[in-house]
Write a protein that binds this ligand. Sequence first.
Ligand code: SF4
Ligand code: SF4
Length: 453
Amino acid sequence: MKSEGMLEITTVIGCPIACKACPQDKLMSRYTSSPAAKRLSLDDFRHILSSVPTNVRISFAGMAEPWLNPHCTDMVLHAVERGHPVAIFTTLVGMKIEDFERIKHIAFEEFVVHVADSQNNARIPVTENAFRVLEAVVRTYCSNGRPAWFSVQSHGAPHPRVLELIRAAGYPRDFHLEAQLIDRAGNLSNKEVSALNVPQTEFVYGPIECRRCGTDTNHNVLLPDGRVLLCCMDYGMRHVLGNLLTDGYSEIQNGRAASAIREAWRSHDADLLCRHCCDARPRLGDTSFSFEAHLSEASLLEGDASQAAVWTVAIGSDVAERSIFLHPPARLRFEVPTSEEGLFTAAVALHPDVWDNPESGACEFSLIVNGHEAFSRVVDPSLFADERCWHDVSVPVPACARGHHEFILVTRTLDSRTSHRWALWRRPVFHWRLLDAHSAEQPETAASPAAAG
Ligand code: SF4
Ligand code: SF4
C-alpha cells in the first residue's frame, strides 16, 4: 500500500541512551505533562490509531528508543493488524529475543538498527545481551542477502565488536554504516555542533517545502500524552499540531496549527523550525516541471517500459526520495511546456543494492536539451568508494524559439554489459522564472534556498 504521511511513535519520554547528537535536554525541559503521561499506554495507542487512516505509515522511532516501553511489541502488532505500513528504527535497547520472535515475520517498510560506534557518539550499551539480539536480527534478515528495507547505521565508525558480529551474521562487508549527523534544525547547541563537527544549517529564505513531506505537514511525531509535533526535528516542541487523544487525525492535519505552518512555508521569511532545517528545500510552483510526476507522459526513444519507473530510494543517511529508475541503455523524452530560460536540477546515482554486485559496473548519465548534450557523467560505485552517493546535477537552460523545451534523460553502459546498473535520476526538475516576487527581493547576503535544498 502506498503510504500517505507518517506518524512516528514516541513510546516514552526521556531516552537514557543520551546520544551526543540528540537534543534530549530540550525535550525534557519542554515536556511538562504528568509523570503518568511519560509512557504511552497500549490503550491510548489503540485509541489514537483508531482515527489514523491505514495508509499512514506508523514508524516506531520518535524521540526515544521505542522498546524502552514494554508494550512496544504489542503496539507494532496492533499497527500491522490494522493494515498500516510499519517501520522500525531502534537501538534494540529493551528489545528481548522473544520480542523479535513475535515480529520477525512482518514485512516492514523499513527496519533500521542503530549500533554502537567507537567514538561513543551514540551511547548504546555494548553488552552481551545487546549482542545476542543484534545477532538474531541481522542473521534473520541477512542470511540470504540483505533486503533493501533492512540496514544498520552508526553515528561514527562502528564499534569493532559490532562490526565483527554483523559481518559474521551475514551483513554485507563494506556496506557503508556511518550516518551523517545533523544539527536537528538548530536544536543542538553551537557547542554540540562544533564538538561533533556537524554541518550547521543557515536560515533558509524564500518559499520552501520539506524534503520529507513535500507541501503537506504530515510526517509527524506522537508524544506519549497524545500531543502531535510537526516532525522529528522538533525537540523544542515549537510546533504542536494538536492532541490525538482528544482530536481526530484529519482534524489535526486540517487544523489551525498545521495551516499556519503551510502558510509560513509559502512566505519569504516567516520564522519557523523549517527555516533552520537541512530538509527544507525551495518550493516547486507553477514555474517548475517535475519529470518524475510526468513520467507517464514521457516517451521512451530507446528501451522498453520495464526499464523506466519511479522508485523511492535512500542513500546513506539521506531521506528516501522519489527517483526515476532508468535501466540502461535507455533514452526517455519529455516535453516541458515552456520555452523560457531556467535551471534543470537532479542528482544521479546507481542504487546501493548493486554497489557490491560483481556483475555491476559503470553507467553513463547524460542529458540532452533541445538537441544538444548539456550534461554527462560516468558513475561507477562498484569501483570507486567515493561514488557511492548522489551526484548533484545543475544545468542552466537558455530560452528557445519553440513553444517548449525537449529534455532527454539518457543512461548507457560503456561496454556491452548492462546487468545490475540500476541507474537513478533523483527528483529531476526544471525550474523557470522565480517562484514569486518575494524571491526576487531576497537579500544578497542571505542563504540561497537552492543551496539548502
Ligand atoms: S538518538 Fe535515539 S537512541 Fe539516541 S538518545 Fe536520541 S532518541 Fe535515544
Ligand atoms: S523542513 Fe525540517 S523541520 Fe520542517 S517539517 Fe521538514 S523535517 Fe521538519
